[in-house]
Design a protein around this ligand. Sequence first.
Ligand SMILES: *Cc1c(COP(=O)(O)O)cnc(C)c1O
Length: 370
Amino acid sequence: MTAPKAHDWIVKMKPYVPGKSTVAGIHHPVKLSSNESVFGPSPKALEAARASADRMMRYPDAESRALRDAIAQVHGLDAERIICGAGSDDILTLLIHSFAGPGDEVIFSQYGFMVYPVQTDAVGATGIAVPNKDWGADIDGILAAVTERTKLIFIDNPNNPTGAYVRWDEIERLHAALPENVLLVLDAAYAECVTAADYDAGARLVERAENVVMVRTFSKMYALAGLRVGWGYFPPALADMINRVRMPFNVCLTGQDAAIAAVHDQAHLKASVDFNAEWRDWETAALTALGLDVVPSETNFLLVGFPTESPFTALECNEFLLKNGYIVRALGVLPNHLRISIGSEQQNRGVVALITEFMNGSPEERGSND
Ligand SMILES: *Cc1c(COP(=O)(O)O)cnc(C)c1O
């Protein structure tokens, strides 16, 4: 007898390890590890979510029609080109599953969003990780990596986990140099937080090209991560493909209703963006003043570089923060850095106070004071 066996390439995959959300012995740890927005969602979204509970015996609208219309109206887009998903992970995954398979190549940045390599492995395609340039995507490096096998290129712009962005003229230059059969995916999960004037999320390029998709989410600045709502903006022919393979009821009833209310409350979004920018600046300045290497961020998190000598390393700082109830993100690919999400005022002040303490003394000295 032989047990059921998954595809060879799935058997070879390493299981995904999500970030920590609990610390042994600490009741309410401060979680600054998943780039959630503690500013919180629009009160109108909360109200819509609560009201939707009365209808939970019903299937949601399979087409997310009202949500697509709301997004189209607010962003000045064509609703026919929008597809909503269970988070933008859903859209990113559908793109990889629809356009790549064994023998194909998918290009992304070495330091970039985990979903691209994981889902590339899941379809048996080959992931090509291009080293970053100035912490963002390296456009020339990506162009040099394109082969006849390339099916998709993912640019998380701004980048997660570095927080850096690529200027719009560079994205245009990349697109202009690509073969028409290569699909360029612009993952603009953090578009709402960007303050740089030379940034663009890419909607107008989607409208004039046949091979560009822009992907957006309600998880970050709209603060609806738990409801799983994202969307993509597509050329019509590509939208047709994704609509064939997506699950018909992929966005839940509550998610649709809350996201509609959230996207209509642009005043709340602006308040959230302003709050984020203010604390991002404050925390960048405070950590830089400690001699740490903070990557300039256009997102709602900071990538912070630590000294490589003990006792001041990133891993030692991570242990110290955990012991004090603060969860930030240690990254296997960037062992000298920690990724720290912007939190509430109290949380931001708290994490900076702890890192200040860490940088001002050795763990030994601290231990002897216990
Ligand atoms: C957070 C994030 C997403 C969004 O994920 P959702 O599935 O929409 O919650 C997508 N891309 C990047 C780069 C991210 O950091």
